[in-house]
Design a protein around this ligand. Structure first.
Ligand SMILES: Nc1ncnc2c1ncn2[C@@H]1O[C@H](COP(=O)(O)OP(=O)(O)OP(=O)(O)O)[C@@H](O)[C@H]1O
Ligand SMILES: [Mg+2]
Length: 492
């Protein structure tokens, strides 16, 4: 019979010899590290849940609070092989009973849980350098996807909640997606690619020394899908939305605090920016509006001081254009990263050029009246009608009238919803409504003017082409801004 010391020493020796000759090494990731929860444990659990979902006979299932999805997990003492960069690793979920505890301020769970990672010794550096980071990143992606989106508002004014937060949140379950959004497919594709490039662009933004943020200005008549587009963006990227109510913000420093309390991977929205606050004529000091002149003053002050935050407060309790510009563009806009700013307006012409200059709002998106390609999307969404199911003559008629009718997707969807059980009736009624709109437009004389302008322009264009710039002729200015907007390049 060996004395216990000798037995212990021999086991230790045996282990050493075993490890020397074994080609594997092992890492233990315990659920509780001392007294703190080990973040890596939770990350590994989530990460494995994505690869374990189909394989394995026994899985643990969880559904977190505020989550709309289930998470699969490895059952106790089960193992799974994962592959990373061509290297195989083995994960084992180890659960043992914890010894009875003496008194503790923070009682620990009865079970001791952890993951053991087994990798080949030769792969150790490769896996440790990037595999764990990859797992952390993947886990936060999964967490975000499983969790409901949140919609934050600052409707409480400047007051803070019990945790010192200025934002209030509610689960965000807007059903709008890029599939349901009726707009020109080409334009839609461009926007989706732009968003995807942004979301995957961490290294690009880092390399070019730019803050990782992007600005979109959505403009167009009411009911053309600006708010729906924001919801679609959030659903597409899985970002939370911060709906900033500018009228509730009292001054620039409050605006800055709000910005600092937003999380990354979020969309910060200011709707109807032309109405929220008078932000026009930044350079016009003689304008009667105090807020505006304060804006111009503080803007130039800030320029003299070398830009950045801290301006505008001296102008009193007002939020100024310069404050807003610093919010989106200045040094403060970089606290946190991966953020999208979206402004919407019905009247782009009312906005100060400073807000529109390039680099501030990276993409100007015109949400137009319903076009024929957009109409086809609405017909498909509301009636389940594919293009081929409709009569050719009806389709051609719809195509003819839809542009001149100048109806918004909101108006058209109303007509379709009313008769959604009877496809033929719905399409007929839609055609009638569109024709009626065309007549109305003609009567109001609006269309006639617009058409003349277009015709004039077309003639001029043809003449120009014919002359092939022999004698460059000045283009006549059109009076009709709306028409001009329609015809201009929609997505710059
Ligand atoms: N492009 C579109 N595609 C699909 N549905 C649309 C579109 N535009 C409008 N709608 C429908 O009309 C309703 C109103 O649209 P939305 O609120 O997005 O318009 P808006 O441009 O934000 O208007 P406003 O300028 O008044 O805020 C939406 O609930 C949606 O169902
Ligand atoms: Mg809206």
């Amino acid at each position: 019979v060996f004395p216990p010391e000798l037995r212990f020493a021999s086991v230790k020796l045996f282990n050493r010899i075993f490890h020397c000759f074994s080609s594997y090494c092992y890492f233990d990731i315990t659920e509780i590290d001392g007294v703190n929860t080990n973040e890596l444990y939770n990350a590994v659990q989530l990460y494995l849940s994505s690869s374990v979902s189909i394989t394995g006979n026994r899985l643990s299932l969880t559904r977190a609070v505020n989550s709309s999805g289930f998470t699969f997990g490895l059952a106790n003492n089960d193992s799974i092989v994962d592959t990373f960069n061509g290297v195989n690793v083995l994960w084992e979920h180890v659960v043992t009973q914890r010894q009875a505890q003496t008194f503790s301020w923070r009682p620990l769970p009865d079970e001791k849980r952890g993951f053991t990672l087994r990798i080949k010794k030769k792969d150790k550096s490769l896996v440790l350098n990037s595999y764990l980071d990859y797992i952390m990143e993947k886990a936060s992606d999964i967490r975000r996807k499983n969790q409901d989106r949140l919609l934050y508002t600052n409707s409480r004014g400047g007051s803070l909640d019990s945790r010192g937060h200025p934002w209030e949140s509610v689960p965000f379950k807007h059903p709008s997606t890029f599939d349901t959004l009726a707009m020109d497919p080409q334009k839609k594709k461009e926007i989706m690619e732009d968003l995807q490039d942004f979301a995957n662009g961490q290294s690009f933004y880092h390399k070019t020394g730019r803050a990782w943020k992007r600005g979109y200005l959505l403009y167009g008549p009411p009911g053309t899908g600006k708010s729906s587009m924001i919801a679609a963006m959030a659903n597409y990227l899985g970002y939370d939305i911060y709906d900033l109510e500018l009228t509730e913000v009292h001054n620039n420093s409050e605006l800055r605090k709000l910005l600092m309390k937003t999380s990354s991977k979020s969309i910060i929205v200011i709707e109807d920016i032309d109405c929220s606050i008078n932000l026009t004529n930044r350079n016009n000091n003689n304008n009667g509006n105090t807020s505006v002149s304060a804006a111009s003053r503080s803007y130039y002050d800030s320029e003299l001081r070398g830009g950045g935050g801290g301006c505008g407060e001296e102008g009193g309790n007002t939020i100024t254009l310069s404050g807003l510009l610093n919010f989106t563009d200045g040094l403060w806009s970089c606290c946190g990263s991966e953020r999208i700013f979206v402004f919407t307006t019905n009247h782009i012409e009312k906005l100060d050029p400073a807000l529109l200059r390039s680099g501030r709002m990276d993409m100007h998106i015109f949400m137009s009246y319903c076009s024929f390609p957009a109409l086809k999307i609405l017909l498909k969404n509301y009636l389940g009608c594919e293009e081929c199911e409709l009569e050719e003559t009806i389709l051609r008629q719809l195509e003819e009238v839809v542009d001149v009718a100048r109806m918004t997707p909101a108006d058209i969807s109303e007509v379709l919803i009313k008769n959604r059980r009877k496809k033929e009736k719905a399409v007929e009624e839609l055609l009638e409504t569109l024709k009626m709109r065309v007549e109305m437009n003609k009567k109001s004389g609006f269309l006639m003017r617009g058409e003349n302008v277009v015709e004039d322009e077309e003639e001029e264009e043809q003449e120009k082409r014919a002359l092939d710039s022999e004698s460059p002729k000045e283009e006549s200015e059109t009076e009709d801004n709306c028409k001009e907007e329609d015809d201009e390049e929609k997505v710059k």
